[in-house]
Design a protein around this ligand. Structure first.
Ligand code: DQA
Length: 271
């Protein structure tokens, strides 16, 4: 029992120190995977000492060995390692190979509980950062349609790239395509419910739709208008955008990259 509380107190201090340290070192690091790597791969003297103190010298030893590989010139580390190796082979010191399976299990459970919790926090964070991408008429035909102007990527491919890039940025990307003006208006109105940003390529409606323009005026979030082609280099009727004056920014002529640039911009704007 006493042993367990010792372990608990030791771990509590350790996690407090380590989390402070990690906040400094990995201030702009994403949670989740990177931290899993951290736990599994980042050997520290604190962790090694903790294992030894709590009666898991073999685990401590293996961490000290990794540390020595990383810093072979460190004399102090070398000495600690030699002492520990001597203790273990000589059967003296901190309990040798005597391992309390229950306490070790507790340690492992705590690590996995912390990782779970972080995973959940990350998910919540991205759910809160919903970004909607709206594609207007005929964009469902990308990949088939005027490839010299719009490129060869299909809409599904573009959407998949956006969803993946969004995950990297902590954004949950939803995509929507419609050939119908009213449906696009409905979707913009629905974005009033918790959406943090919109990327919209109104396609041909860019040049005609007062309804889409009016719907966008309802929103108080970053809205970026994207066009695959540079509409200003094309036919005069494409030079006029009904929506450009009511959006945060317009990107035209970067092909599918334009959407990714817009997503990055939204991630920055809503930080
Ligand atoms: C477009 C340009 C529009 O003029 C055209 O009607 C489209 C696509 C673009 O992405 O370049 O459908 O919005």
């Amino acid at each position: 029992m006493c042993y367990f509380f010792n372990l608990k107190a030791g771990l509590h201090g350790f996690f407090q120190k380590e989390s402070r340290r990690r906040r400094v070192i990995q201030a702009d690091c994403e949670m989740g995977e990177k931290e899993e790597e951290y736990f599994e791969e980042m050997p520290t003297e604190t962790l090694a000492r903790l294992y030894v103190r709590q009666g898991f010298p073999e685990k401590g030893l293996s961490i000290y060995r990794k540390l020595r590989l990383m810093d072979p010139a460190n004399r102090e580390l070398e000495k600690t390692l030699e002492d520990l190796e001597r203790q273990l082979t000589g059967g003296t010191g901190q309990g040798g190979g005597k391992t309390d399976e229950r306490a070790l299990k507790t340690l492992e459970n705590w690590l996995s509980a912390i990782q779970d919790k972080k995973g959940r926090l990350k998910m919540k964070e991205s759910e809160q950062n919903r970004v909607l991408v709206i594609h207007g008429p005929n964009l469902n035909m990308l990949g088939k349609r005027e490839k010299d102007i719009y490129g060869t990527a299909t809409l599904d491919q573009i959407n998949a790239e956006l969803v993946a890039a969004g995950e990297e940025m902590g954004l949950s990307v939803e995509t929507f395509q419609s050939n119908h003006e009213g449906d696009i208006v409905d979707r913009i109105q629905a974005a009033l419910e918790g959406c943090r940003g919109i990327i919209i390529n109104p396609a041909a409606y860019t040049h005609t739709s007062i309804a889409i323009r009016d719907a966008l005026l309802l929103l108080d979030i970053p809205v970026i208008e994207v066009h695959l082609s540079n509409i200003y280099k094309r036919e005069p009727f494409r030079h006029k955008s009904m929506t450009s004056a009511v959006v945060t920014a317009q990107i035209a002529g970067l092909g599918k990259q334009g959407y990714l640039v817009a997503l990055r911009a939204i991630a920055e704007l809503i930080k």
